[in-house]
Write a protein that binds this ligand. Structure first.
Ligand code: HEC
Length: 115
């Protein structure tokens, strides 16, 4: 019983740490400033692909790599990154704000709200 209680407690602590770690509202603010010039929240194409459902077609690990340095991911030969080449007139730039892991977590939390 004691084991069960401490298991529940540690799960609860882990979950609250996660929700603190990810702030979709901050992600949305960054999206409006840095991303919406090229991306829509739907699946419609603008300068880049629409981002609805992007957290379903890509893993969090992939998104971290992509957001931090799109060019490096393409150059690494990553098949999903390479597959996007040539489909859009421009390439996604490296974005200063996305060099920070917390910012990327918040952005990914926001992206996961787009369906
Ligand atoms: C100047 C235009 C531009 C800006 C600004 C931009 N992107 Fe992109 N993004 C692109 C293009 C173009 C692609 C398609 C891949 C390529 O050719 O570079 C892309 C691809 C992506 C992908 C992969 C989509 C998929 O289907 O896998 C994600 C995720 C993404 N961008 C997120 C963001 C986020 C988040 C921001 C803001 C922090 C942002 N982008 C800012 C142009 C942009």
């Amino acid at each position: 019983m004691l084991k069960y209680t401490s298991l529940c407690l540690s799960m609860f602590l882990a979950l609250s740490a996660m929700s603190e770690a990810q702030d979709a509202g901050r992600g949305e603010e960054m999206f409006d400033k840095k991303c919406q010039g090229c991306h829509r929240r739907t699946d419609a194409v603008k300068n880049g692909p629409g981002l609805a459902g992007v957290t379903k077609r890509r893993t969090a690990e992939w998104l971290h790599k992509w957001l931090a340095d799109p060019k490096a991911l393409i150059e690494s030969g990553d098949p999903q990154a390479v597959a996007m080449l040539g489909r859009f007139k421009i390439k996604m730039p490296t974005i200063d704000l996305m060099q920070d892991e917390k910012n990327r977590n918040d952005m990914i939390a926001f992206l996961s709200t787009l369906e």
